[in-house]
Design a protein around this ligand. Structure first.
Ligand code: ZN
Ligand code: CA
Length: 376
């Protein structure tokens, strides 16, 4: 099989885009592409009020960071809804895989990841626990029990870069109130794309879109993006983080403790990578807001944490008291997760109840297991 791949390099972002007519199921599955800033550019052109709102948000952010309250270090659990928009059964990814993505978000946002030791020594002191956690919603916006996952079969075989996936009328699924939920839309996105709406644009489209191949950390076939960190990057954007290089070469991300860098890094370079006079330690390519592989990225900084806190405690503060993560009584929806997805013979697995509604009794069966059933 011979694949012809034509690519051009976007000078502004460093990201590589496959040209339209040769995208296929085999090309470039391991090249993570985030088009958040392209969307941002589009919004600057199509919405005359956007730039002014961004300036206001920037002022609000600065003001928040200067006056941050000590109590704002409480752990906040953000209710999440994952809209699965599938055209083929393969795209209709499993609950277990979705849960593995939530687990990966919690791991990395709390700096509980296994690879903090890979943060280079000069940058280690900047590694931050953001105090933000994520939980699949337990109720929908209309007060019904939910497991925080919607599934929509669509006739759209591939979603182009136009947000159709966010609208029921266009083959996607309508947003759940962005003031109470973080919305993901997962589907077959053109160019294996992933992008997030930065704060400041319209509420009807305020969430993250990702190609299904990147979502989750179990059941993916990728080598470079199999740890759930494309979503970590995208949620960083949702909390107002920009790429480390901003919107131009040696641009700013409005965070002081991330060094200025020329453009995106890919795969996993050797430390240090010096650009834009940022020596001796160079680019922070192990930061989630770079473009490197999942095995290479392992940190948010304190400055990024503060910027995300500013978003959470000001214009995204509806999330803090959202009832989206609180179960409601009524019809229950059976749902559980396990602490691991494969074991050697003789090892144990813990199953954790995550049912929607308020269940009053349980019946588990484990064929061939010890025990083989349980009411706990
Ligand atoms: Zn990005
Ligand atoms: Ca910076």
């Amino acid at each position: 099989v011979i694949l012809f791949i034509i690519a051009h390099n976007n000078a502004a972002t460093g990201f590589t885009f496959l040209s339209n007519d040769i995208v296929n199921q085999f090309a470039s599955q391991d090249s993570f592409k985030c088009t958040t800033m392209e969307l941002h550019d589009k919004h600057l052109k199509d919405d005359p009020g956007y730039e002014k709102r961004l300036q206001e948000l920037e002022l609000l952010t600065k003001k928040y960071i200067a006056n941050r309250k000590p109590s704002d270090t409480a752990i906040v659990k953000v209710p999440v809804v994952v809209h699965i928009i599938y055209n083929t059964p393969y795209q209709n990814i499993s609950n277990a895989r979705i849960q593995s993505q939530i687990d990966a978000l919690n791991r990395d946002f709390r700096r509980l990841n296994w690879d903090t030791s890979n943060t280079p020594v000069p940058y280690k002191y900047l590694g931050a626990d953001t105090r933000i956690e994520f939980v699949l919603a337990k109720r929908d916006p209309w007060g019904n029990p939910s497991i925080g996952i919607t599934r929509t079969q669509t006739s759209v075989s591939m979603f182009i870069f136009n947000d159709a996936i966010k609208f029921t009328a266009q083959g996607g699924n309508d947003i759940w109130d962005r003031d109470k939920y973080l919305n993901f839309w997962i589907g077959n996105i053109q160019y294996y794309g992933a992008y997030t709406q930065l704060p400041g644009y319209y509420p009807e489209t305020d969430g993250a879109v990702m190609h299904y191949i990147y979502f989750g950390s179990v059941g993916t076939t990728l080598s470079e993006n199999s740890k759930g960190r494309v979503a970590v990057h995208e949620v960083g954007h949702w909390f107002n983080l920009q790429h480390l290089w901003g919107i131009s070469n040696c641009g700013t991300d409005y965070v002081d403790d991330t060094p200025t860098q020329f453009a995106a890094n890919f795969h996993c370079p050797v430390f240090p990578v010096i650009t834009c006079n940022n020596g001796p330690y160079g680019d922070m390519f192990m930061n989630y807001m770079d473009g490197t592989s999942d095995d290479c990225r392992n940190m948010f900084t304190i400055g990024q944490r503060d910027r995300m806190s500013a978003a959470l405690y000001t214009y995204r503060s509806g999330l803090i008291n959202s009832e989206g993560g609180i179960p409601v009584s009524g019809l229950t929806i059976a749902h559980f997760r396990s602490d691991r997805m494969s074991v050697n013979f003789g090892q144990s697995i813990n199953f954790i109840d995550e049912s929607g509604g308020i269940p009053t009794n349980w019946q588990w069966t484990f064929e061939g297991g010890v025990p083989s059933s349980s009411n706990q």
